[in-house]
Design a binder for this molecule. Structure first.
Ligand code: ATP
Ligand code: NCN
Length: 218
């Protein structure tokens, strides 16, 4: 029997800040799909939205605190080392070179992010480098007739088939713990002086408190 290829998932994000929605999803994906690694990749210059409120180094530090000691979850800071827009295709080109042709490489995103996938830089090339793992989010549906819906229908595979495809497929997953937490909500709560306990790890909350991140300066 041939060796099982390495199966690596990459969760890109702004992580401004990282929260339990990201962390629990990464952990559950790792378990559900028997992934060798989940890499959380913070972006430097976000391609499609306002630039993050906190610096790359602060967001990276919060990620380091959040995943400390969790087997199989890693932080990959490659996008932060490049002073350019963080296009996912460039990140995946680098990873594919390092991991080789056989590795099953997967880009993870919520269906809310996937809804805009065909506006991403060189999105077609992304599908020649990686599979897409799309996490459903409660109350969020793709627009019928959209290019994303078509991609989903044409390329969808089951969990058991993922390992046969190094790239090019779409795996929809509904994780058991759908934690509807967003970084936007956390920033809002902090700016109003409200508690964010239980939405993100205490270590990250302490760091935010010590450095007065996300506090509204009046
Ligand atoms: N609660 C959540 N559960 C599962 N996936 C999530 C959750 N929140 C965000 N994601 C996914 O994680 C990735 C990175 O998201 P991001 O860093 O932008 O977090 P966010 O909470 O959506 O931030 P913001 O509110 O600032 O937009 C995206 O693919 C997004 O779909
Ligand atoms: O490559 C692109 O064109 C592109 C466009 C939008 C988002 N992304 C990536 O998708 C990830 C999630 O982005 P966001 O804005 O939801 O935090 C993050 O890693 C971004 O770099 C990438």
């Amino acid at each position: 029997m041939p060796d099982k290829p390495d199966v690596i998932a990459v969760m890109g994000g702004t992580f401004d800040p990282v929260h339990n929605g990201h962390l629990r999803s990464a952990l559950e994906l790792r378990q559900l799909l028997a992934l060798d690694e989940v890499r959380l990749v913070p972006c430097h210059q976000t391609p499609h939205r306002e630039q993050p409120q906190r610096s790359s180094q602060q967001r990276l530090h919060m990620l380091d605190l959040a995943v400390a000691g969790e087997a199989g979850l890693y932080i990959d800071d490659r996008e932060l080392r490049l002073d350019q827009p963080s296009y996912s295709v460039l990140t995946l080109q680098g990873l594919r070179k390092e991991l080789g042709d056989e590795a099953v490489l997967c880009w993870v995103m919520g269906v809310d992010a996937f809804a805009h996938f065909t506006s991403w830089y060189k999105w077609r090339e992304i599908l020649t480098l990686a599979n897409l793992i799309i996490m459903t989010r409660p109350g969020f549906e793709l627009v019928s007739g959209s290019e994303e819906k078509r991609l989903w229908q044409e390329r969808a595979v089951e969990v058991s088939e993922l390992y046969l495809h190094p790239f090019g497929k779409v795996l929809p997953v509904s994780l058991p713990s759908q934690l509807e937490i967003s970084a936007t909500y956390i920033r809002q709560q902090l700016s109003q002086g409200q508690s964010v306990r239980y939405l993100l790890p205490d270590s990250v909350i302490n760091y935010i408190g010590t450095h007065k991140l996300y506090v509204k300066v009046s």
